[in-house]
Design a protein around this ligand. Structure first.
Ligand SMILES: C[S@@+](CC[C@H](N)C(=O)[O-])C[C@H]1O[C@@H](n2cnc3c(N)ncnc32)[C@H](O)[C@@H]1O
Length: 280
């Protein structure tokens, strides 16, 4: 029983009921997300939907299935940018691409692709390395709304200058503007950059292994998960990778305490790139 005067405990209870409702009604399980950031995002959702309490929000979502896509989009933080952490892209280009080039076809799984910035960035570097045509990129996310945006490849033009700098820092060899058309306040990336990309809804919490991947990128997603959930997802990545395949996680994430750790060899600590050991 909660103390009737303890508002924090009441909010905690409401959050538990919200999480249960979303799981039972729609199959979205947020129970393994870190509590503090989930609470913040649920409060934001209250503001977005104009609901005064988490209970009112739960009630609204239970009875309005048409609002669930928008709710999932807000709860899952689809924040990204083109060539985010350029040193990571440079490390992929210099340390991973040469090894991927030995495969006749290359499967890449990009989990948590948000609005696609990472997909387009990776595609550009693969084109420049001459590897794009034999690559198949599976770009997945829990959010259908984020995936729809990713397919469009439209981003604010005001971000182009910084993105162009990050592209060069990533080891890009041309000009970023070679890959997009500017129109009004937006830029649209070339559709040929997604000709080898399959976008699909996939929930890392409830869905299973996705493909026989040679490279998995899952950056800035695990950070929202509790340690046991991170552990489970990293185990799934180990299973999804071919022996000798690569895993790249976010620079603020690591697998030091994960049970799957022994299956991986660290390739680049700054870029958080690992290689699946053979024989484990
Ligand atoms: C902060 S963004 C990271 C985007 C990109 N990877 C990057 O590093 O810039 C986190 C993404 O993970 C997705 N995500 C959150 N929970 C997920 C889950 N359970 N399964 C799949 N994707 C999830 C969100 O929808 C969001 O697009």
């Amino acid at each position: 029983m909660t103390d009737p005067h303890d508002l924090a405990a009441l909010e905690d209870l409401e959050l538990d009921l919200f999480v249960t409702a979303l799981d039972r009604r729609y199959g979205y399980d947020f129970s393994g997300y870190s509590r503090a950031s989930l609470t913040r995002r649920v409060r934001n959702l209250n503001m977005q939907f104009g609901t005064p309490t988490i209970t009112a929000l739960t009630d609204l979502l239970l009875h309005s299935p048409e609002r669930i896509t928008e709710a999932i989009s807000s709860l899952s933080v689809p924040v990204s940018e083109l060539f985010r952490d350029p040193h990571t892209f440079r490390a992929l280009k210099e340390k991973v691409f040469p090894l991927l080039s030995s495969y006749p076809s290359i499967n890449i799984w990009q989990a948590g692709c948000a609005h696609g910035q990472e997909v387009y960035s990776l595609a550009i570097l693969l084109v420049e390395a001459g590897l794009y045509e034999r690559a198949r990129i599976y770009a997945t996310d829990i959010s259908a709304k984020a995936l729809a945006r990713a397919r469009e490849g439209i981003f604010p033009l005001q971000d182009a200058r910084d993105a162009a700098r990050r592209y060069l820092d990533s080891g890009g060899t041309k000009s970023l503007s070679d890959y997009y058309h500017a129109r009004y306040d937006f830029l649209k990336l070339d559709e040929r950059l997604i000709s080898r990309v399959t976008f699909a809804e996939h929930n890392l919490v409830t869905d299973t292994v996705f493909c026989e991947a040679h490279l998995i990128l899952c950056r800035n997603v695990l950070i929202y998960f509790t340690t046991p959930l991170q552990d489970r997802v990293l185990g799934m990545f180990a299973e999804s990778l071919v022996r000798g395949g690569f895993l790249c996680i976010g620079t603020r994430e690591n697998m030091q305490f994960a049970s799957a750790r022994e299956k991986f060899q660290l390739i680049d600590g700054d870029a958080q790139i690992y290689r699946r050991k053979s024989g484990t």
